[in-house]
Every structure is written in structure tokens, then in C-alpha cells.
Design a binder for this molecule. Structure first.
Ligand code: NDP
Ligand code: GDP
Length: 338
């Protein structure tokens, strides 16, 4: 029988790639979007799938609305991708983030529990759960030390997912996904902010851009491959938690240097701390400036994930790593700015 997937956060980067993957697997895909006056489906448009998805208005803050939708859609699988997902924003809006990213998970789990306990449930957890923990690389057994309102809200969602599995025997799994990027990544996140800015510098539309902490290292993978991990987690015999990562860490500084290399520019760093700048080696023009406005109230220097459980139990492995990922994203942003 044809399966039906209900995806919350269908307008997100991951929502678009997951919907694309599931349509190719012959699922009926129903996507929940926020009932704003002007919802943006540009990511679905870019993948050419907007018309293949049934779009329904939802809000994770409204449990009644979620229950009505789940009862009507009768999904086989529910993927909860919706969240207030930007860490910086979570420091400025901690209560909203707690409500959407944390309590929102319970609203959806309740809707599943009250409708059909046979529905398989995926919760989008994050490497931000590990935060300041000093164990590397991080796996499913690593202790959590979340250090932003976003990460604390996600930790609540993580445990509620496990609680609904243990209390009600719901097939509820969660992926602890490390940062994953793509040409569809939101412009507020550091990787896409940089590929977009470097492409605009290349086309003469921008002189320079500001940046925060240059030396944090992150484990960055390709979103298109990470959604395959989500799907695989709901096809197993028993629900569980899995780390999805590349097991490589690189700094924001390296990301910037590699992007500029693609347009034939070498960046030379000068100064230190808040006075550090990056100049074009040939022309001497300042292209990057450190701006403390982009520093975070709490920060951690490194994430690196050990995905061996996902490889062993799901047969999942990343193919696209740092340099290749940057090439894909730069190519897309250069094209957008031609
Ligand atoms: P995005 O930031 O691109 O999108 C977030 C989505 O949540 C949007 O579709 C947004 O809708 C929706 N949303 C926000 N508030 C609500 C609400 N109250 N009710 C319903 N929907 C809402 O997400 P990503 O694709 O980057 O990530 C997908 C999920 O994975 C998120 O939960 C994120 O926290 C998590 N994650 C992401 C990682 C990454 O590196 N990308 C790493 C680990 C976890 P709208 O368009 O209306 O704003
Ligand atoms: P996050 O890991 O979900 O917070 O993803 P981001 O892409 O927003 O941030 C990744 C890392 O890059 C964090 O440690 C940020 O502090 C760091 N960073 C440095 N400069 C910037 C910047 O200008 N914007 C953003 N978003 N992050 C930055």
C-alpha cells in the first residue's frame, strides 16, 4: 500500500530535500506550512515539487490544529522538522523558541498518540545537544551539555520523543544531525551567508562582509544526504537515536578561504580578535571583517560526529564532505548571481 508521509516544516531546507526523496520513493507527501500571509515555497519550487505535495496549514503551537490534521491525513510516517532553528535568534527569543522547538514536539506527539499509535515518528534532534561537552568525536552515548535556548528546547524534544516511545510504545526515533548545508540553506546560517557573500563579491555586487567567530569548528555535511538518514531511521525494526555526521571538522576561517579560492582569490588575515580582517592578497582590498555583533552569548569551539552506529545499523554513510560541499554551494550561488 502507498505510504503517506506528513512533514512539518515543509518550507525548510530539510523539508524540501526530504519531500523530494519520499516522492521518488512513491510516498504521498503532505507538507505542513505555517499559515502566514505570505508563505514561501521557493525551496520546493527550486526542486520542482511544489505541485506534487499536498500543502496544509499548521502551527506547532496549536495542538488542536495538529490533531485535526493528523486525523484527516492518516499518515504512515510523521517527520517533525519544524522548529525555531536559528541559535542566535533563540538568545533573543528564548520563550518563543522553547514553545515552538520544545513544547511543539509534545503537541505533535500528543496528536499522534490520540490518533494512531502505529504512526512512525521522526524528531529532528541536533549536535547542538552536545554543546560544551568535552568528548570528541560525539556519539549516541556522549553526555549532553546544551548551551543555547535552542539547544535546551531541542533536548526537551529529544527526551519527549524517548518518553513517548517508552510510555506508549510509539515507534518514535530521533536523528542527532550535525550541521548540514546545501544551496537551499537559510542565508542566516554561516555557510550559506559566506557562499552568498563571496558570489556577490565576485559579481561586483558587494565589497565585503562581516563575520563572527572565525575559529569555531563544525562538522558540516550535505543536507540532501542527511534526509536519507532520517528516512532510514523509520524503516528499522525498532526505534532508536542515531548520529548523522561526516566525522570531519573545519573552521569558519577555512570555509571562507575555500570559498574565495573558488573565485581565484587568496585571503590574507591581519590583526586579531575583533580587529581581524581578511584581505585579497592581490588587490589589498578588505573582504572580511570580524564584527562582535555576530558573537554568541555562549559558544563552543568544536563539534565532530561519530556516525558509526548509523553506518552499522542503517547502512548510511556521507559521500559529500567539506571541499565538495563548498563547491556545490558556491556553484549554485555563483549561478544565482550571474
Ligand atoms: P529551517 O530553519 O530551514 O526551517 C525551519 C522550519 O520550521 C521552517 O519550515 C519554518 O516555517 C518552520 N516553523 C517555524 N516555526 C514554526 C511553527 N510555529 N509551526 C510550524 N512550523 C514552524 O530548518 P532546517 O531545514 O535547517 O532544519 C530542519 C530541522 O532540523 C529543524 O528542526 C532544525 O532545528 C533541525 N536541525 C537542523 C540542522 C541543520 O544543520 N540544518 C542540524 C540539526 C538539526 P516558516 O517557513 O514558516 O518559517
Ligand atoms: P548553528 O551551528 O546551528 O548555530 O549554525 P550557524 O551556521 O548559525 O553557526 C555555526 C557556527 O558559526 C557558530 O559557532 C557561529 O558562532 C559561527 N559563526 C561565525 N560567524 C558567524 C556569522 O556571521 N553568522 C552565523 N550564523 N554564525 C557564525
Amino acid at each position: 500500500m502507498k505510504k503517506t508521509a506528513f512533514i512539518t516544516g515543509i518550507t525548510s531546507q530539510d523539508g524540501a530535500y526530504l519531500a523530494h526523496l519520499l516522492l521518488n520513493k512513491d510516498y504521498t507527501v503532505v507538507g505542513g506550512f505555517r499559515g502566514l500571509s505570505n508563505p514561501v515555497f521557493s525551496r520546493l519550487d527550486e526542486l520542482g515539487i511544489t505541485n506534487k505535495i499536498r500543502l496544509v496549514e499548521i502551527d506547532l503551537l496549536d495542538s488542536g490544529n495538529l490533531t485535526t490534521i493528523i486525523k484527516e491525513v492518516k499518515p504512515t510516517e510523521v517527520y517533525n522538522l519544524a522548529a525555531q532553528s536559528f541559535v542566535s535568534h533563540s538568545f533573543r527569543n528564548p520563550v518563543l523558541t522553547g514553545n515552538v522547538t520544545g513544547i511543539g514536539v509534545t503537541n505533535l506527539l500528543e496528536a499522534v498518540r490520540m490518533t494512531d499509535k502505529g504512526i512512525r515518528f521522526y524528531q529532528a534532534s541536533t549536535s547542538e545537544l552536545f554543546g560544551k561537552t568535552q568528548q570528541f568525536p560525539q556519539n549516541e552515548e556522549t553526555p549532553f551539555y546544551p548551551c543555547s535556548p535552542y539547544a535546551v528546547a531541542k533536548l526537551y524534544g529529544y527526551w519527549m520523543t524517548i518518553n513517548y516511545r517508552e510510555s506508549y510504545n510509539i515507534f518514535a526515533s530521533t536523528g542527532i544531525l550535525f550541521n548540514h548545508e546545501s544551496p537551499l540553506r537559510g542565508i542566516e546560517f554561516v555557510t550559506r551567508k559566506i557562499t552568498d557573500a563571496v558570489a556577490r563579491i565576485h559579481s561586483g555586487k558587494l565589497d565585503s562582509f562581516d563575520i563572527g567567530n572565525l575559529d569555531v569548528k563544525r562538522d558540516w555535511g550535505y543536507a540532501k544526504e542527511y534526509v536519507e538518514g532520517m528516512w532510514k531511521m523509520l524503516q528499522t525494526d525498532k526505534p532508536d537515536a542515531y548520529v548523522i555526521a561526516t566525522n570531519e571538522a573545519h573552521s569558519v576561517r577555512e570555509w571562507i578561504e575555500t570559498c574565495f579560492n573558488i573565485i581565484g582569490t587568496t585571503i590574507i588575515w591581519e590583526g586579531s580578535g575583533v580587529n581581524e580582517t581578511g584581505r585579497d592578497e592581490k588587490t589589498g582590498q578588505v573582504r572580511v571583517k570580524v564584527n562582535p555583533d555576530f558573537f554568541r552569548p555562549a559558544e563552543f569551539n568544536l563539534t565532530i560526529g561519530d556516525y558509526s552506529k548509523a553506518r552499522r545499523e542503517l547502512g548510511w554513510e556521507p559521500e559529500t564532505k567539506f571541499a565538495k560541499l563548498i563547491e556545490i554551494m558556491m556553484r549554485a550561488d555563483l549561478k544565482r548571481n550571474e
